[in-house]
Design a protein around this ligand. Structure first.
Ligand code: HEM
Length: 528
């Protein structure tokens, strides 16, 4: 029998049907990878939900919203769930845990296929690399760590004074990053690049890095995108040490600095690179680790500085109290810049720093960990095998049962109240200060493992990750904050220029923040 429909005219509709069937089957299989977890429907059947929000630079906000709506854990992709449960988060990173690094970390091989400490997923290789880096990062091999930071604070203060004397407002988003880039390159290579002295975005690094970070985060959140980025035809588009601008130019700078430390007549310095060389890193490994340090430490610490200053400057009661504490303890500045040890003697200042880190965790990436085959039950939640468990730092740090019913507000007093409670629990009654420790195993030492303060401290610690994956640069970051925050608050009065405008803040794991214009008024002469 003749149907009268030529086969060629059926090709298109049949192809569409076949495609729809494939998409449907794929969606069905995806859905059933972890059907027990709630979440947006699109996130259960495909990675599109996660990719759209990663691309928008607002994934952190969307993640916070779905955790609020569905509770923890919530599904954000077929094989990814998101949690803000501190017990699960800590458990996955303990030394004996069977969880492993997830696909998130594949994106951070800055010179693929070479792995660095951030991208190495093999447990043994990661441990041995960390062991080689730890003395440099802990500051033990850096006798000039504080004085190097001091010299950059002095440059920062000089620049702010100059701008303020000229009646100009200050682009604090850039300035904070000039400072962290100079500090990191100084302690890594024994000399800062000179962002502060030149008062400009050297290598256009800050301007161009946002595109790089957006692509990096897309790869980190999707192994499909990462496989495209890793493919040979993308190689010409990756940053190269020969580039004039951006990440590539920074790599070139690191490469040149590293090359001086190897070869027949190596330069020996007591800096981070010197420590890496001493503990056996190859030249190529040292280049890669130097870049990880700049990438991992500059945006994160700059965000911390911006958000702490912004929150203090826009909270009048806090501002008055912290400046009073700083003025009353002028002697701790020894006539110039404050040491980290002395800074930790100022309880209200320390409470402001902690509260700033809590209210706006500087890194809000997924940091996914892969559950062991067969799964595991943690804190009453069964996490099936082969699932990536991701972190939402923002809502972890706003848990009301830990920080109190007003956890959404910036209120440094909560740390002093919790410390006073802890002292009472211990029967010490010594005033409950949080900033009184010489050594700092956690953010500060805690006196009772049962106290609210202990729970607050250990939860706050999670902004740096924990256990075998914890941030190697935490010690350096905290010393920077201990020193730069009191200096900025003691030397200047800060106000927001055109507060109605707000500023731009995009999250690609790290934050790209632009247009935070502040006015600084010098408060009087002090030698720095
Ligand atoms: C306030 C500032 C900082 C924050 C909030 C922060 C946070 C983090 C987080 C959340 C991780 C990943 C944890 C995980 O994978 O579970 C990490 C890793 C890391 N951070 Fe930081 N960081 C900061 C500053 C720095 C600085 C200044 C440096 C360098 C001097 C640095 C170097 C590193 C390195 C090398 C790793 C990888 C550790 C490993 O793979 O074992 N960070 N950081």
């Amino acid at each position: 029998m003749e149907l009268g429909i030529p086969f060629s005219s059926l090709v298109l509709p049949l192809s569409v049907i076949a495609l729809l069937v494939c998409v449907g089957v794929r969606g069905y299989l995806n859905y059933h990878k972890a059907p027990q977890f709630p979440g947006p429907f699109l996130a259960k059947i495909s990675s599109v939900w996660l990719l759209i929000h990663t691309f928008s630079g607002k994934l952190n906000q969307h993640n916070a919203a779905i955790l609020e709506k569905y509770g923890s854990p919530v599904r954000i992709a077929p094989d990814k769930i998101l949690t803000n449960d501190p017990i699960i988060l800590r458990h996955m990173s303990t030394p004996r845990s069977n969880f492993r690094r997830g696909t998130f970390y594949d994106a951070f091989s800055l010179q693929p296929p070479l792995k660095n400490v951030l991208s190495q997923k093999d447990e043994n290789l990661h441990n041995s690399l960390r062991a080689k880096l730890i003395r440099g990062y802990s500051g033990k091999d850096l006798p000039k760590l504080e004085s190097d930071i001091d010299s950059n604070i002095a440059n920062l203060v000089k620049l702010i004074r100059m701008e303020s004397a000229a009646g100009r407002s200050i682009d604090f988003s850039s300035l904070a990053q000039y400072f962290t880039l100079d500090v990191l390159t100084h302690i890594a290579f024994s000399a800062p690049i000179g962002y502060l002295t030149q008062n400009r975005d050297v290598y256009s690094y800050i301007r161009t890095v946002s595109d790089f970070l957006q692509v990096l985060e897309l790869g980190a959140n999707s192994s499909f995108i990462q496989s495209i980025l890793d493919s040979p035809f993308m190689a010409p588009m990756r940053p190269k040490p020969t580039d004039k601008d951006g990440m590539g130019a920074m790599m070139g700078m690191a490469k040149r600095a590293v090359s001086e430390r190897y070869g027949s007549d190596p330069k020996v310095e007591q800096d981070m690179l010197g420590s890496f060389v001493k503990y056996g890193l190859t030249q190529q490994e040292a280049e890669s680790e130097a870049m990880v340090q700049v990438l991992g430490g500059s945006d994160s610490t700059a965000t911390a500085i911006r958000m702490i200053i912004l929150h203090v400057a826009t909270s009048p009661a806090v501002y008055v109290r912290v400046q009073k504490e700083l003025d009353e303890n002028d002697a701790l500045f020894n006539g110039s810049l404050i040491s980290s040890t002395n800074s930790r003697k100022l309880p209200y200042l320390q409470a402001c720093i902690k509260e700033g880190l809590r209210i706006w965790p500087p890194l809000q990436a997924l940091n996914s960990k892969l559950s062991p085959p067969g799964g595991e039950t943690v804190n009453g939640v069964h996490l099936p095998g082969g699932i990536e468990v991701c972190h939402n730092a923002y809502t972890t740090q706003r848990r009301k049962e830990i920080y109190g019913p007003d956890a959404d507000f910036f209120r440094p007093e909560r740390w002093l109240e919790a410390a006073a409670e802890a002292d009472q629990l211990n029967g010490e009654g010594e005033g409950g200060e949080t900033g009184d420790t010489e050594e700092r195993p956690a953010m500060t030492q805690t006196k009772s493992s049962q106290s609210r303060l202990a729970r607050m401290e250990s939860t706050l610690e999670l902004i740096f990750g924990s256990g075998r994956f914890g941030c190697l640069g935490r010690h350096i970051a905290l010393i920077e904050l201990d020193k730069v925050i009191p200096t900025l608050l003691k030397d200047f009065d800060w106000s927001v220029v055109e507060p109605q405008k707000g500023f731009q803040s995009q999250c690609f794991g790290v934050f790209i923040q632009r247009g935070l214009w502040l006015r600084a008024t010098h408060r009087g002469e002090r030698k720095v």
